[in-house]
Design a protein around this ligand. Structure first.
Ligand SMILES: [Zn+2]
Ligand SMILES: [Zn+2]
Length: 141
C-alpha cells in the first residue's frame, strides 16, 4: 500500500483512505471497469463510500495520468490502469475489452503543428471466445 500512497502524493493527490482504496482497486483489476462497477465492488468493504467520491476520484486519477479514461468505448466510460501503452479490442457480443500491445510512440500526429494529448486505439468486432461459441452452435447436425 506504501507505493500507492506515494504515487498519489507524487501526482499531487491527497491520499485519503478512500482514494487509496480506489487506486489500489484499479491496479489490481485490469478489467476496464466503469465507475459504477468500482463503486459496487468497493461499497461493501467501505460502507461510507459515496458514488460521487468514486466518480471524482477516478476523474482526478485520470487527469493526473495515473489511470486512463476510455471514452470511445461505449456505452459508458471505462477506466484502465496501465503503465504501458496498449490498444483495446471490444467485443460486440460479450462487451469484454481486451488489451493488445500497441506502440504509440512510433506513430506521429498526422496534423503538423498540433499537440496530441491523448490517443486511443479501439478495434471492434467479435472476440475469439464468442466466435468459438457461434461456431459450436451452428455445428450441430
Ligand atoms: Zn466476446
Ligand atoms: Zn486496457
Amino acid at each position: 500500500m506504501g507505493s500507492v500512497v506515494s504515487e498519489l502524493e507524487n501526482a499531487g493527490i491527497k491520499p485519503s483512505y478512500q482514494r487509496v482504496r480506489i487506486f489500489e482497486y484499479m491496479q489490481m483489476n485490469r478489467t476496464h471497469p466503469t465507475a459504477d462497477q468500482v463503486f459496487l465492488d468497493l461499497k461493501d468493504a467501505i460502507p461510507t463510500l459515496a458514488k460521487a467520491t468514486v466518480y471524482n476520484t477516478l476523474h482526478a486519477l485520470a487527469e493526473k495520468g495515473l489511470i486512463r479514461e476510455l471514452s470511445t468505448v461505449q456505452p459508458s466510460t471505462r477506466y484502465d490502469y496501465a503503465a504501458e501503452d496498449h490498444g483495446h479490442f471490444t467485443c460486440r457480443i460479450c462487451n469484454r475489452i481486451y488489451d493488445f500491445p500497441y506502440d504509440f510512440d512510433s506513430r506521429h500526429s498526422a496534423l503538423s503543428g498540433f499537440v496530441v494529448e491523448s490517443q486511443e486505439i479501439v478495434q471492434k468486432g467479435i472476440c475469439q471466445a464468442c466466435l468459438k461459441k457461434a461456431q459450436q452452435n451452428s455445428a450441430f447436425p
